[in-house]
Design a binder for this molecule. Structure first.
Ligand SMILES: Cc1ncc(COP(=O)(O)O)c(C=O)c1O
Length: 382
């Protein structure tokens, strides 16, 4: 038995996320504000929406922030605002949350998959040019798990071929490469504030960031039914996608804690990295120039499912992001990709495992997880 295994099991339960602990940190300041919103009736697009838009835009060094109802809406609205529509092809990866491609398809565009680089988990820039056709309008890389993809190379390819870049930054709040934040590289970027994100609302929420005045205007119009400068006059067919003022308030109070929360995630990642060094699992790498905010700490290993079951027995939560590549799912088979077409995507889907990493874990929790993984490796190699 390793030293950590002697800990009391109840004490050592390692949850994947602790929403209650998050709320407890902001409760004293936030709860009176939430009550005030409820009592005054300022439910939509009020001071907290405006404040949040300005604060997140400033954090990423962007001119405009447009708060919307979800990350998926952010992706859909920003692409539509920039002119993507029926018949357009958008290059992306199949190792992502389904919303990336849903957003494209719902505005009539067609996702075209390119395989990933297994080190970054993101689209492999070396394979992009071969996927460009005369219908390609844009590339939408996904900044996965808390760091930017090879975005400078992708932007250079897009510029060479006259393509737009949209960044899926649902998991990339605070992510930058040498000081250039997510959103700086493309026409616009979409953030998600879903509950489980590093900055999570009490429900759904999202935001578009852009430096373009035209895209900003079009996004603001699309989020309220395509309404133009005058009330009840419409420029386009839009959506109902305002962010609730209650959510904006929740996010603003949590945003104040974010630098501290991210620093804690980074400390825990360092404990994982040193604890797992030399083990049979492959630990995540940070690409050059990136800050890694560890939305997820994702390892790769053979025998992933057995390891997950072993951890579960020890009350260590883990998640598989993503177990089935998007081209394997029935609704997306019409895109024409079959098994074997995206070998790295398919292999990483079989090997990836995300370990608990959040600001409310103690060092001893992470130590317990690494000890458990080392224990598993020893059992496996007997
Ligand atoms: C990579 C990626 N894209 C898009 C989304 C969609 O965001 P939301 O759930 O806020 O609609 C998410 C989040 O769930 C995501 O992780």
């Amino acid at each position: 038995m390793t030293p950590a295994m002697s800990h009391n099991r109840e004490e050592m339960r390692v949850p994947f996320l602790d929403i209650r602990a998050q709320h407890a940190e902001v409760a004293a300041e936030l709860e009176p504000v939430v009550l005030d919103i409820l009592r005054t009736g300022a439910y939509v697009v009020g001071q907290h929406n405006k404040g949040l838009e300005a604060e997140i835009a400033a954090l990423h060094g962007m001119k405009h922030g447009i708060a919307v109802n979800s990350g998926t809406d952010a992706l859909r609205i920003m692409m539509q605002a920039a002119g993507i529509g029926p018949g357009d092809e958008v290059i992306t990866s199949a190792f992502t949350f389904v919303a990336t491609i849903e957003a494209m398809i719902q505005i009539g565009a067609r996702p075209v998959f390119v395989d990933i680089d297994p080190v970054s988990f993101c689209i492999d820039p070396n394979l992009i040019e071969a996927a460009i056709t005369e219908r390609t309008k844009a590339i939408m890389p996904v900044h996965l798990f808390g760091q930017l993809c090879a975005i400078r190379e992708i932007k250079a390819i897009a510029d060479r071929h006259g393509l737009l870049v949209f960044e899926d930054s649902a998991q990339a709040l605070e992510n930058h490469n040498n000081g250039d934040f997510a959103g700086k590289f493309g026409v616009a970027t979409g953030l998600s504030f879903y509950v489980t994100k590093n900055l999570g609302a009490a429900g759904d929420g999202g935001m578009i960031l852009t430096d373009s005045d035209e895209v900003d205007f079009a996004c603001r119009s699309l989020r309220i039914h395509g309404m133009g400068k005058e009330r009840y006059y419409y420029d386009s067919i839009g959506y109902t996608s305002r962010m609730a003022e209650l959510q904006a308030a929740v996010l603003r109070f949590k945003l104040k804690k974010l630098p501290h929360w991210t620093a804690r995630r980074q400390e825990l990642a360092a404990i994982y990295n040193s604890g797992l060094a030399g083990s049979s699992v492959i630990t995540p790498e940070t690409l050059e120039g990136n800050n890694h905010c560890y939305h997820q700490y994702t390892i790769r290993t053979e025998g992933r499912d057995e390891l997950q079951a072993f951890l579960k027995e020890r009350e260590v939560d883990s998640m598989i992001y993503y177990p089935v590549p998007l081209h394997f799912h029935e609704p997306y088979k019409y895109l024409g990709f079959t098994e074997g077409d995206l070998p790295q995507t398919e292999e990483v889907s079989r090997q990836c495992l995300s370990l608990p990493i959040h600001q409310h874990l103690g060092d001893e929790h992470v130590q317990f997880v690494t000890d458990s993984i080392l224990e598993f490796s020893k059992v496996g190699s007997r």
